[in-house]
Structure formats: structure tokens, C-alpha cells
Design a protein around this ligand. Structure first.
Ligand SMILES: Cc1cc2nc3c(=O)[nH]c(=O)nc-3n(C[C@H](O)[C@H](O)[C@H](O)COP(=O)(O)OP(=O)(O)OC[C@H]3O[C@@H](n4cnc5c(N)ncnc54)[C@H](O)[C@@H]3O)c2cc1C
Length: 395
């Protein structure tokens, strides 16, 4: 579908497409947000991240004094970059560097910006996001990891984090911890940068049903951090975390591109597998499901573009992004399930099996798809936001 991007953006798109084709790392495509599987992959991802920043395709929206592209760089530019990376089935940058960068622009000190931003831009230093805990995900403000001041300055941090994507490779963590146990829960949290190699930090990769370790448990046992690890004011961590989370938009548009590619791959799949002794694509029921999925993806794309346009005009509503996130993740689950259904017996084969259809693409996608309905706010939480803030329904 044509969503009417300005001609200069189409030129920019052609430029990004050529860049991605030339530089994308030689890593087999996988569904979702995945971590490096080994040190070689990690190195490829670091080089790739550095190249994207150096070309201005990442960090274009950063303040100019820290390497941003200036006022000519719009929300649409970052959308185009996300779309082209998705189209090439290339990975995004590794780590939560962009997230902490925005916290540092708005709330950090000059010394913190000088210390951390160059390593993020070069791709050499990886950040992980130490927010969620067992028992504190949707209700993040209930987190219990505590940072207690120590004599002579600094803090002693104790607690447990979970779901920490890239934690096993991270140099630094963007940490939320409770600094005032007596304040209302949103008002007693502070934000810190913690060196992941500090004594007392134990990182345990979790093996997920995809067979890979994309996230970790992180245990913090009396970890000492300096006073200058605090980002922004004490007990303002909730505001800082929410403000830095609102900056990332390239992902949703990229998701729509990925789903569109999946529809096309599903059509190809339906041509090679059979149903009742005939190519599945000739089956009316299969055609109906493909048509319905395709229409859903078009609806998602239209919504994503409407959201981006509102975002760049600063008229975005609080439930716009949740609507797109809900649609995207739920269509993804439905699509992957249908692919396995279509695959028949071959649907149970995994990557690496010579008989696996499309080298196990659908199995990997199916096993990963549920993660999108949880990460970054679960589908139930998205529905709550849409119901309460969009439709004005009672809590
Ligand atoms: C792949 C992946 C990567 C992640 N990476 C990171 C990371 O790098 N760093 C990080 O800090 N976190 C990360 N997360 C954590 C993510 O933010 C949380 O999983 C998410 O916020 C949900 O929290 P929870 O898992 O504790 O589930 P819970 O909040 O315990 O929810 C359990 C169930 O209850 C439902 N529920 C909860 N509250 C309500 C409510 N009020 N109304 C209706 N239903 C409700 C939920 O929808 C869910 O079905 C990641 C998660 C995933 C899946």
C-alpha cells in the first residue's frame, strides 16, 4: 500500500536499502529481538551497530552535539531505517544503548554523557535494561531491588532482575532500584548506570523454548556503585524510565514490514504444501485465512503510519502505540500458528533438520511469537490502556 511518503524519504529509503544490503552482518535471520549466540556473532553485531550510527541511520534523532543529524532528521527517517532493516531480515542494534542515551540527554550529567555515549555510538559498549523483576513486570513500580546509601558516598544494591535481554553480553546496565522504601511506590525509585562486571553481580542466561538464550536472570548481591552512577535526581527514576521508553518508534513500522513479508512467505508455503491431495493454495479455507491475515496487516500498516504522523505532529494519544502493539503481536501469533498448521507433519521439525520447511523459519517464529505479546507491555495491559484511556471505560 502507498502511505504517501515524501519523495525525499523515498530517496533516503533507496540509500538505506543499498547500505543495509552492503553491510548487514552474516548472521542467519531469526524471529524477534535476539541476542548473539556466541562471541563471533557478538562481534559482528557490534560492528554493525557502529556502522549504523556512523552512517547516521541510528541516533539521527540525538542532539546534534552528541552526533545527531539535526532538525532535518524526522520520525519518518527512523521509520524508514527500521523498515529497511526488517525488509533485509537484518538484526537491529544490540542492547538498550538508545534507551539509556535518551535518559542521559534529558537527565544525565555532562560527565555521564561523555563517559557512555561514545561507546554506544561505536557499538563497542552494550547496555542492558535492568527494570523487570520476578513479581514486577506489568506493575513495574512495585520493584523491590534496593539501593541503600553507603558512608562516604555511593550505594549498595541488592535484588534480582529477570528477562534481561543481552545481559550476558552487556558492559553496563540501566538499572531501576528502590531508594525510598517509605515513599509511594512510584516516588521511591531511582535510575542508575551499573557496571555489569562489578563484584556481586551474577548473570545467569535462561534457555528459552527457541533453544537460544536471549534473556537472563541477574542477581545483585551487595553491589557497590559510585554516587555518580545515579542518573537524574534521587527518587525520580519512574519519570526518567517512562520518558526514555517513549522515544523508540522505528520498531512498530518494522514489525508491519516483517508481517507483510510473512504473508508473502505464507502464500509461497501454501503453494508447495498440499491439502486433501491438492496444493493448499487452491483450498477455499486457506485462501480465506490468507486474505484475512493480509487485510489485518494492511490495517496495521495504516494504523502505524497514522500513529507516526501524529507522533511527528506531537498529537499522539496515549493509546495509539498500544493499539499498534496489540495488533502486531496478536497477528504475529495467529500467522505463525497458521504456518505450522499448513506445514502439516513437517511443522514439528526444527531448524537444522534437512526436511524442515524454509529451514525452520516458521518453527522459530512460532516459538518466539508469544514473546511479543508479553515484552514491552503484555496484550492484557495494552487492552486495559485502550479500554480506559481510549474508550473511557472504567478500570
Ligand atoms: C522477550 C522479552 C524480553 C524482555 N526484555 C526485557 C529487558 O531487557 N529488560 C527488562 O527489564 N524487562 C524485559 N522484559 C520484561 C517485560 O517487560 C515483562 O515481561 C512484561 O512487562 C510483563 O511482566 P511480567 O512478565 O512480570 O508479567 P506479569 O506482570 O506478572 O503478568 C502476568 C500475566 O498477568 C497479566 N496481567 C498483569 N497485570 C494485569 C492487569 N492489571 N490487568 C490484566 N492482566 C494483567 C499479564 O498480561 C500477564 O498475562 C522482557 C520480556 C520479554 C517477553
Amino acid at each position: 500500500m502507498d502511505y504517501g511518503m515524501a519523495p525525499e524519504l523515498e530517496e533516503f529509503r533507496a540509500e538505506v536499502r543499498a547500505f543495509v544490503a552492503e553491510h548487514k552482518p552474516a548472521i542467519a535471520p531469526k524471529a524477534g529481538v535476539r541476542s548473539a549466540e556466541n562471541a563471533e556473532e557478538l562481534e559482528l553485531l557490534k560492528v554493525w551497530t557502529g556502522k549504523l550510527f556512523a552512517a547516521g541511520y541510528l541516533g539521527g534523532d540525538w542532539p546534534e552535539q552528541y552526533g545527531g543529524a539535526g532538525p532535518s532528521y524526522s520520525a519518518e527517517h527512523s521509520v524508514v531505517v527500521g523498515e529497511e532493516i526488517a525488509r533485509a531480515r537484518a538484526p537491529l542494534m544490540t542492547g538498550a544503548g538508545n534507551l539509556i542515551a535518551h535518559a542521559l540527554f534529558d537527565f544525565g550529567t555532562d560527565a555521564q554523557r561523555a563517559r557512555y555515549l561514545p561507546g554506544i555510538r561505536s557499538g563497542r559498549q552494550i547496555f542492558c535494561q535492568l527494570f523487570s523483576e520476578p513479581g514486577s513486570g506489568s506493575d513495574l513500580a512495585s520493584l523491590r531491588t534496593k539501593a541503600v546509601p553507603v558512608d562516604g558516598g555511593g550505594y549498595r544494591v541488592t535484588g534480582q532482575k529477570v528477562w534481561t535481554t543481552h545481559g550476558q553480553w552487556a558492559d553496563f546496565g540501566y538499572l531501576l532500584a528502590r531508594t525510598d522504601a517509605d515513599a509511594p511506590k512510584h516516588k521511591g525509585i531511582s535510575a542508575f548506570v551499573v557496571d555489569m562486571r562489578s563484584p556481586g553481580i551474577d548473570i545467569r542466561p535462561l534457555r528459552e523454548m527457541t533453544g537460544t538464550s536471549d534473556f537472563n536472570e541477574v542477581f545483585l548481591d551487595n553491589v557497590l556503585i559510585d554516587a555518580d552512577a545515579l542518573v537524574g535526581d534521587l527518587n525520580k527514576g519512574w519519570l526518567i524510565a517512562n520518558s526514555s521508553l517513549g522515544h523508540e518508534r522505528s520498531g512498530v513500522a518494522a514489525s508491519a514490514v516483517r508481517l507483510r513479508q510473512n504473508v508473502e512467505a505464507l502464500i509461497d508455503l501454501a503453494k508447495v504444501v498440499s491439502r486433501h491431495g491438492r496444493p493448499a493454495i487452491e483450498d477455499g479455507h486457506v485462501q480465506e485465512r490468507l486474505g484475512s491475515l493480509s487485510a489485518s496487516v494492511d490495517a496495521l500498516s495504516a494504523l502505524v503510519y497514522a500513529n507516526i504522523s501524529r507522533w511527528s505532529r506531537k498529537t499522539e494519544r496515549t493509546y495509539d502505540a498500544p493499539m499498534a502493539k496489540l495488533l502486531f503481536s496478536e497477528i504475529g501469533v495467529e500467522m505463525e500458528r497458521f504456518a505450522l498448521e499448513l506445514s502439516g507433519e513437517a511443522g514439528i521439525l526444527v531448524e537444522g533438520d534437512p526436511d524442515a520447511i524454509d529451514r525452520g523459519r516458521w518453527q522459530d517464529g512460532f516459538l518466539y511469537a508469544r514473546a511479543y505479546t508479553i515484552a514491552g507491555g503484555s496484550s492484557e495491559i495494552m487492552r486495559n490502556i485502550i479500554a480506559e484511556r481510549g474508550l473511557g471505560m472504567p478500570r
